[in-house]
Design a protein around this ligand. Structure first.
Ligand code: NAD
Length: 275
């Protein structure tokens, strides 16, 4: 199953393009669910302090027998811990919950512009990175203006920005900014959280043509966009289904058809207002 491509981030760190997300996986179920994902072949897990399931992620990796360096682990700093000192403390707490001495990627979960603390928070991230606590550092839900402010006021550019992105919210402006500045795009809620997007008839027709499911067609679109993606499921069959993306390819016309579905429709919060 070693056929997941990797993306080389701007600082040389390699990240598997397909991973497994654990938002809304109940803490008590997380170890079992992540064990299923590791068994299916996933080697990249996306968690966050706010998901309250870092312990289960760490326990699953520890019990899997897979060497730690073969699994790419991301966690995120929650909004109420922004600021230099509290970030440094909270990062240690995340490591302790994960039972790890480092993570692969650490993200500021939201810019929370009303708090106006993400520049100081980022300076703490730079410290954590330089001390080896995180192999690479990035942000999530940052807008172009937030990225430009970090660029102007700090030394290190985030290697990734993890944003809401799916066929109904394609984020052209941010994607172009990322491309121009060598920031990798991570697409959250890639399946539109399993809602109506999965019934879209255009996607249905594309999926049928390839003998694949709607979910697989959508995830393949993310992969061909060049994004990093980590669908979530607690159903073992779907966990395996979402991993089977590398034996088919969407045509340029099919990529265009999906591009035409953009509605600018958010399912999650607006980063300008969320704090
Ligand atoms: P998702 O788009 O991955 O959708 C998950 C839901 O889709 C599942 O609960 C299930 O209902 C359905 N589903 C999954 N596989 C399916 C399949 N094969 N067939 C049919 N239905 C299927 O939603 P998500 O969990 O919100 O996003 C994925 C990950 O992105 C999260 O787990 C988390 O790691 C990350 N995320 C990050 C942020 C952020 O602010 N940074 C916000 C939300 C999510």
């Amino acid at each position: 199953m070693g056929d997941v491509p990797t993306i080389t981030l701007d600082d040389g760190v390699e990240i598997p393009q397909l991973g497994f997300g654990v938002f809304q996986v109940p803490p008590e179920d997380t170890q079992g669910v992540v064990e299923v994902a590791l068994e299916a072949g996933y080697r990249h897990i996306d968690t966050a302090a706010a998901y309250r399931n870092e312990r289960g992620v760490g326990a699953a990796i520890a019990s899997s027998g897979i060497p730690r360096e073969e699994v790419f682990v991301t966690t995120k700093l929650w909004n109420d811990k922004q600021g230099f000192d509290s970030t440094v403390r909270e990062f240690e707490a995340s490591l302790s919950r994960l039972g790890m001495d480092h993570v692969d990627l650490y993200l500021i979960h939201w810019p929370a512009p009303a708090q106006d603390r993400y520049v100081d928070t980022w300076r703490a991230f730079e410290r954590i990175h330089s001390e080896g606590g995180a192999r690479t550092i990035g942000v999530s839900n940052f807008r172009v203006e937030d990225l430009e402010r970090l660029e102007a006021e700090t030394e290190t550019r985030p290697t990734v920005n993890q944003i809401e992105l799916h066929p109904w919210l394609q984020q052209a402006e941010l994607r172009h900014w990322h491309e121009a500045h060598d920031v990798a795009t991570e697409d959250w809620s890639p399946l539109g959280q399993g809602g109506e997007l999965l019934q879209d008839p255009t996607i249905g027709a594309i999926a049928e043509r390839h003998g694949k499911t709607q979910a697989q067609a959508i995830l393949r679109w993310h992969i061909q966009l060049g994004s990093i993606v980590f669908p979530k499921s607690v159903t073992p069959e779907r966990v395996r289904e979402n991993f089977a993306l590398f034996d088919f390819e969407l045509s340029p016309e099919e990529m265009d058809e999906i591009a035409g579905l953009d509605r600018g429709q958010r399912l999650g919060p607006d980063p300008s207002r969320f704090s």
